[in-house]
Design a protein around this ligand. Structure first.
Ligand code: ATP
Length: 404
């Protein structure tokens, strides 16, 4: 739900509740950088893990990779980034958005760049994966990592940063099979939107017209999301032909072709590239989950996160803080449950109403309260975040009752 001032409210909630802090804040900040706090880290881990599961680990044609951020600068010349990775500036000049850095000291120092996308490292390891894993086409390589762009105008919270995270796949196919693979990845991207709880219909496809596509791309779809500041690119899906492997082959002199078993000829595979920004995904999740309502006559802020992405799945409370038998029992329930569900929290601060408000604000789907009846019958109250409704559940049934 998009409300007036939603961005300000989300940014303030993120800071207040330990999701995301402005980078270098005590020194007045550093534009385009943001630091993830404890709940932001947990939310981000969920986003990455669900991505890894759907796109890499649950498939037998996908290989994970973790390549270095620093790469030989020749790679960025071959890929066209040195010549063309530019932002037009207001006065009509263009500015390369790659961060230049130097390697080594003194006269020996040589210039290179912090990677502006994770995809580069995938192409450089294409041959290593062929030689070590012996995959047959079609197959893909997936990678999650940091990317850096010296954006002229970083803005909109974590939407446009100078240091951010990407989750990228390069899927290698026989040239004739690109359309089939493109369609498969296209529908998988929508499946991922559902897995992380983006509301149905909130992700819109924009078919990028030929005039706006990179010259080597025969088809590109931008996946756009309705952010509080407008409909903007969330993810991208591009058919890159054989552009990258051909460029790296001719620049490095290393053969990056595959053999065609039937004809015995060699060819350069074509590539489908689904590309996801971690931070833009998190912002889409936060802005669709943010809500304000009234519960029991009290106004509250609530993050209606799908349990799969919620940083904390359940919080355990003793009804009263000053009754040692309740605190002891609540600790026991917490310790027992934490063995099965690690993302749970214990809270005995303030009164129960305040504890509910805190958990609602961080999107915890379930709250468990240990009260005097618990001591008699081993049941607790289980409160649902969205409806505020409570019912009693036997302690032993908690692991299978709590949505995770
Ligand atoms: P935009 O047009 O918004 O600058 P882009 O088309 O340059 O984005 P890509 O090069 O396709 O972006 O990068 C792939 C993904 O990386 C994007 O879909 C987005 O999710 C993410 N991304 C790109 N730039 C940034 C940034 N500055 N901050 C955060 N995420 C980014």
């Amino acid at each position: 739900m998009v409300m007036n001032g939603t961005m300000e409210k989300i940014i303030s909630l993120c800071k207040r509740r330990g999701f995301v802090f402005p980078g270098s804040e005590i020194y007045g900040g550093l534009a385009g950088t943001w630091d993830y706090g404890p709940f932001g880290v947990l939310l981000q881990e969920n986003v990455k893990q669900l991505w890894c599961h759907l796109f890499v680990n649950s498939r037998d044609d996908m290989y994970p990779l973790d390549a270095a951020i620093l790469m030989n600068p020749k790679a960025w010349e071959a890929s066209g980034h040195v010549a063309g990775f530019a932002d037009p500036m207001a006065d009509g000049k263009s500015f390369n958005t790659m961060f230049k850095t130097s390697i080594g000291a003194g006269a020996e120092a040589s210039a290179t760049y912090l990677r502006p996308e994770t995809a580069g490292g995938i192409f450089l390891n294409f041959k290593n994966i062929l030689d070590s894993m012996h995959p047959t086409l079609p197959f893909g390589i997936g990678q999650i990592g940091k990317a850096f762009r010296n954006e002229i105008a970083p803005r909109d919270f974590i939407f446009r940063q100078r240091e951010f995270k990407q989750m990228e796949v390069e899927y290698f196919v026989r040239p004739a099979e690109w359309e089939k693979a493109f369609e498969e990845w296209r529908s998988l991207m929508h499946a991922y939107a559902e897995v992380i709880g983006l509301p149905k219909g909130s992700v819109h496809e924009l078919e990028v017209p030929e005039s706006e596509r990179a010259h080597y791309s025969k088809r590109t779809i931008d996946f756009e999301f309705e952010y509080p500041f407008g409909r903007k690119e969330l993810w991208g899906l591009a058919y890159r032909g054989d552009f990258d492997l051909t460029a790296h082959q001719s620049s490095s002199g290393v053969d990056l072709s595959c053999a065609d078993e039937k004809s015995g000829t060699r060819f350069i595979p074509h590539v489908i590239e689904p590309s996801f920004g971690v931070d833009r995904t998190i912002l889409a999740i936060l802005s669709s989950a943010y809500d304000e309502d009234e519960l029991g006559g009290e106004k509250r802020v609530v993050l209606r996160l799908k349990s799969s992405v919620a940083p904390i799945k359940a919080a355990v409370f003793p009804l009263l803080k000053n009754k040692s038998e309740l605190v002891k029992k609540a600790r026991e329930v917490f310790t027992q449950l934490k063995k099965e569900i690690p993302q749970i929290m214990f809270d005995d601060n303030g009164n129960i109403g305040k504890r509910y408000r805190r958990q609602d604000e961080i999107g915890t789907p379930s709250c468990i309260t240990v009260d005097f009846d618990t001591l008699k019958d081993e049941t607790v109250t289980l409160r649902d975040r969205d409806s505020g409704q409570q019912h009693r559940v036997p302690i032993r049934e908690l692991p299978k009752t709590i949505p995770i």
